[in-house]
Structures are given as structure tokens and as C-alpha cells.
Design a protein around this ligand. Structure first.
Ligand code: SF4
Length: 223
């Protein structure tokens, strides 16, 4: 039976720091190998893959990127590529017209501003077309080990269900998570939440009965 949690999520009480840490510890134990699920060989490939992952799955992105990067390896090749050839290669990821424009504009800006190299600061990354804080934090965390919260759709949903935030705005959620987990490995925690969202705490019909947080989670449907 489809479950709408909208009204319940609105009334979720804010988790104490102790409870939030306990829940996160349980999730880290559940997913000790949680890691980025995009396939990439360098920071450029990860950056482009994250842009392509909007509104689709990492599995789908991983299907198209080997051919994309074999044909256009690096910022210069992608910037100068025939847009129709790029669209054809990334078509299965959906929204391929706008995504082709984004990744080619991004590659062009990388050439103009950063000599074709992917910068390693949030401030510089977010100046690139198609790159917001979420994408920048993935690149910084995964490639450079610079901690940051990746507030994607899963992190947004789980943060609200678990009482980590009452905000809807991704940047405000990011700030709430920073305060709740100071000094923690934010990149690792982001990926752990994303894994739980993909494997159990689904947007519709979360699998609460077998969730390791069912006795702590204020949104649990299991009890
Ligand atoms: S108990 Fe249910 S709502 Fe809470 S984290 Fe687990 S799956 Fe999600």
C-alpha cells in the first residue's frame, strides 16, 4: 500500500544530538562500505558524471560515461565536441538537451577559467555552469577528501524523517547537518544516508520493519 508520509514528516520532532549520532552510527555499521557509486577515473569525469546524474540513477549514468569519455576525454575535447554527438551519447540519462548544454558549458568554463583543470574549492566549483553546492561537495569529498554534506534528494528526505532538520531548502539543511555533526566525516555520512535512502528508506513505502533505526526513528511505520 503506498504510504504518504507528508503530514507525519511535518510533525517529526527535532532529534537530540545524542539520538542523531546513535542513528548515524547504526547506519554506518549497516553500510560500512558505502561509497560513491559513479564510475570515474579522475575529477573531471566525476564532475561531469554528477551533472549527468540529475533526475536519473548512477547506474544509468555509468552506462553512458565510458563511451562519452572515450570519445571526449577531458575538458578541451568535450568543450569542442559536436553537440549532437554529445546528446546522442548521453540520451539515456534523460533531459539530454539541457544536460549536453550543461556539461559542454562546464567544460568550456573549465578551459577559460581554470586551464582545463577541475578546481578544488567550493567557491570556484560553484562558478561553473550546472554545478551547485551538492555537485561541488561530491567532487570535493570523493576526490579531495574535503568534507562536505551532499544534500541530494535522499539526504533531504532522510534528514527530515530522522528529525535532523525541519528545513526544506538544501542549503539550510546542509547548515543544520553541519551543526548536528560537527567535526564528523560529512562526505562519508552523506554517502551513508544516500545508501540508506536507495536501499531501504525509499521515498514511497520505506522498508521500516527491517530498518536498523526502526526503534529510534521518529517517522518509523514499523512500530
Ligand atoms: S524506520 Fe522507516 S522512515 Fe525511519 S529511517 Fe528506517 S526506513 Fe526510514
Amino acid at each position: 500500500m503506498p504510504v504518504s508520509k507528508t503530514s507525519k514528516e511535518k510533525s517529526v520532532p527535532k532529534a537530540t544530538a545524542a539520538k542523531a549520532h546513535e542513528m548515524m552510527q547504526l547506519l554506518c555499521r549497516q553500510y560500512p562500505d558505502a561509497d560513491c557509486e559513479l564510475t570515474f577515473k579522475n575529477d573531471f569525469e566525476l564532475l561531469i558524471s554528477v551533472i549527468l546524474s540529475a533526475q536519473t540513477t548512477d547506474v544509468q549514468v555509468n552506462k553512458v560515461t565510458p563511451a562519452l569519455f572515450a570519445n571526449f576525454p577531458g575538458a578541451k575535447a568535450l568543450a569542442q565536441a559536436d553537440p549532437e554527438a554529445v546528446k546522442k551519447l548521453i540520451r539515456p540519462t534523460g533531459y539530454f538537451n539541457s544536460k549536453a548544454k550543461s556539461i559542454q558549458s562546464c567544460a568550456q568554463e573549465l578551459l577559460v577559467k581554470f586551464k582545463g583543470q577541475v578546481p578544488n574549492t567550493l567557491e570556484e566549483l560553484v562558478t561553473l555552469p550546472g554545478v551547485g553546492r551538492k555537485t561541488a561537495n561530491v567532487v570535493l569529498g570523493v576526490v579531495h577528501n574535503i568534507p562536505g554534506w551532499t544534500v541530494d534528494t535522499h539526504v533531504q528526505r532522510l534528514s527530515k524523517r530522522l528529525g535532523f532538520t525541519k528545513n526544506d531548502d538544501p542549503h539550510k539543511i546542509e547548515l543544520d547537518l553541519q551543526k548536528l555533526f560537527p567535526g564528523q566525516d560529512w562526505s562519508k555520512l552523506s554517502i551513508t544516508l544516500i545508501w540508506h535512502g536507495r536501499r531501504q528508506c525509499y521515498a514511497r513505502n520505506p522498508d521500516c520493519p527491517s530498518c536498523p533505526l526502526k526503534h529510534l526513528c521518529p517517522s518509523s511505520l514499523a512500530l
